[in-house]
Design a protein around this ligand. Structure first.
Ligand code: G4P
Length: 282
């Protein structure tokens, strides 16, 4: 199965972002703490090469804490300002304003030298679909000023948000890129729900997911489902189906239902806090 999703509205949004980059001082990129490199858009990397950069590791409540801490160092070593956040609970959010201003220190200093004292810094907020941009902005701005939703790509249109007298935010639509570098990137992006699930065959994705989980966190899934896993991912789905009573008429395993169950269990953190990649792999 091909893991790819680049509908026309994303190509259009990318063009608009290129234009808008001229207006901003700092790029604030949300990535998913479970897959910080795979959820980081390489197109944005190229477009914003000369801007100050802040990376927000979002959904830290879903990721393996020890690995998240290593990711902080990984990005700091590359010159990014980094904040760990949980946009849903608000944890880490109060650090973000200070970090945005810190990332723009140079710019603010230059403005002052030119006698410009009260110009707010402008930050563009970007990230792939479903990474949590709307939730993050709502949490940061303290009111429901953007629309959030459970479908990837729901954030539409251009929105400036004045945070306070020092910072203005530009929200952007969640975009992916035309071709993933390798098949694992696409898979991981699908697992976290950033590719429209409607275009994926759920049993194939679930089989891939169980392969990944079994390789990285064998004890978590063995303990959670209470079964002995095999080397065959589809067989493992069948075992889950039988154990969990996902059965078709006649008592055979309902692989589609077991697939949805597994993906939901992973996405709702029932299997535990799981990171799907580590800095050492990059
Ligand atoms: P987007 O604008 O980038 O597309 O993402 P959005 O804010 O709509 O968030 C997508 C889903 O991720 C939402 O869940 C949201 O609650 C959840 N989310 C965002 N940040 C975090 C976080 O730090 N931790 C956790 N655990 N979840 C987060 P949903 O189930 O699709 O919607 P809802 O039921 O929460 O409204």
């Amino acid at each position: 199965m091909q893991y790819q999703w680049y509908p026309g509205h994303m190509a259009k949004a990318k063009k608009q972002m290129l234009e808008d980059l001229k207006l901003i001082d700092v790029l604030v990129e949300l990535v998913d703490a479970r897959i910080p490199v795979s959820s980081k858009n390489p197109d944005i990397e190229k477009m914003a090469a000369n801007k100050s950069r802040v990376i927000l590791l979002n959904k830290t409540d879903m990721a393996d804490d020890r690995i998240t801490d290593r990711w902080v160092k990984y990005f700091e070593d590359k010159g990014y300002f980094v904040v760990k956040v949980n946009s849903r609970s608000g944890a880490g959010i109060n650090k973000v304003k200070d970090v945005i201003l810190k990332a723009c220190e140079e710019k603010i200093k230059k403005d002052r030298e030119k006698g410009i004292l009260f110009r707010p810094v402008r930050a563009m907020i970007c990230g792939i679909p479903n990474v949590g941009k709307s939730t993050f902005i709502n949490s940061l701005a303290g009111k429901s000023c953007t629309k959030t939703g459970n479908k990837p790509g729901v954030t539409k249109g251009k929105q400036w948000i004045r945070l306070n007298k020092n910072i203005e935010l530009l929200d952007t639509p969640g975009i992916l890129w035309p071709k993933f570098d390798d098949v694992f990137t696409g898979k991981k992006i699908a697992f976290i729900g950033s590719i429209n699930d409607d275009i994926l065959i759920s049993s194939e994705m679930a089989a891939d997911l169980i392969g990944f989980l079994y390789e990285k966190y064998p004890d978590y899934i063995k303990n959670y489902y209470g079964i002995e896993f095999t080397n065959d991912n589809f067989k493992n789905l069948e075992l889950i189906a039988l154990k969990r009573g996902c059965l078709k008429k006649g008592g055979t395993a309902d692989i589609d239902r077991a697939s949805r169950l597994l993906v939901d269990d992973f996405r709702s953190v029932k299997l535990g806090k799981i990171s799907l990649e580590t800095p050492e792999e990059f």
